[in-house]
Design a protein around this ligand. Structure first.
Ligand code: G3P
Ligand code: CA
Length: 270
């Protein structure tokens, strides 16, 4: 059984990551989604994807464009924060999910990283992804600056309170060059998992504490291989209870899920 008193980086602790917040129930990367993930479901982490505005502000958004998750159109990199703040980041969810729609979601704003950190401070744990780092030169420095301004630098937080994840090794290496003590997680698409070698895992372990692979590519065998390299293993995005059970049986150390409540049930054996 996992204990909340155990370090977040302890491989014996099963980690529940609220992927884009409680994004199965509320519009992804909005304050209500984070609040539900953190407070209602008590997930271990709030997951935050980062994009950067034209004026260099880090915002919580998955896509490079605002098209899917707001009422606007166009690339984040071509918009100022003021322009992003005019957009409605909640109505799309109501339209896409009529049974989950809430009036309170209409007109929700895209949060900045700063706003999320201001709200939760040291009371939450953050699993932050540098998205499209090649599109946003300097985003790693900006991220570490914002963390520092909020008292969340690696030397000021409990172990694992802030994890930085990316599909880009180059981006993780940039973070490491600035602060070698931030725990890092290397994300892997399914094809990378299938091409994975022991040499690659050894190399990843030099800079990262864990890997975040697509759960679809995981097998009992490759889970064992990853775990044998002393890497934490948090697959994405595990939304069905049967898959959660199967992943735990293979030996993962946590999951990213849009349904943190379901994963709590599975971990409790419900
Ligand atoms: O960060 C883990 C997982 O979220 C990676 O995929 O596309 O949902 O950010 P994506
Ligand atoms: Ca992500």
């Amino acid at each position: 059984a996992h204990s909340k008193g155990t370090s977040l980086l302890d491989p014996n602790r099963i980690i529940n990551v609220a992927h884009r917040g409680a994004s199965g129930y509320a519009p992804e990367h909005t304050m209500p989604a984070y609040e539900m993930g953190h407070k209602t479901f008590k997930a271990d982490y709030i997951e935050i994807d980062l994009q950067m505005t034209k004026d260099g502000q880090l915002i919580a958004m998955h896509d490079e464009t605002v098209d899917r998750t707001t009422n606007g159109t166009g690339a984040v990199k071509d918009k100022t924060l003021a322009e992003i703040k005019k957009l409605d980041a909640g109505s799309w969810f109501n339209e896409a999910n009529p049974t989950l729609a809430k009036k309170s979601y209409v007109g929700l704003k895209v949060p900045t990283l700063q706003e999320v950190l201001s709200k939760y401070g040291k009371h939450a744990n953050y699993y932050i992804e540098t998205k499209s780092p090649e599109v946003y030169p300097g985003m790693e420095q900006k991220l570490l600056d914002v963390l520092k301004q909020n008292g969340l630098s690696s030397n000021k937080v409990k172990s694992g309170q802030v994890l930085i994840q990316s599909f880009s090794e180059a981006s993780l290496q940039k973070v490491r060059a600035i602060d070698p003590n931030v725990p890092l997680v290397q994300l892997m698409e399914a094809n990378e998992v299938k091409a994975m070698t022991d040499d690659r895992l050894t190399a990843i372990r030099q800079y990262a504490v864990g890997v975040g692979p697509s759960f679809k590519a995981l097998t009992r065998e490759n889970v064992a291989a990853i775990r044998a390299h002393d890497l934490l293993l948090h697959p994405y995005t595990v939304n069905e209870k049967a898959d959660m059970v199967r992943m735990l049986d293979y030996g993962v150390t946590g999951v990213f899920t849009n349904y943190a409540d379901r994963f709590n049930d599975v971990v409790k054996g419900l």
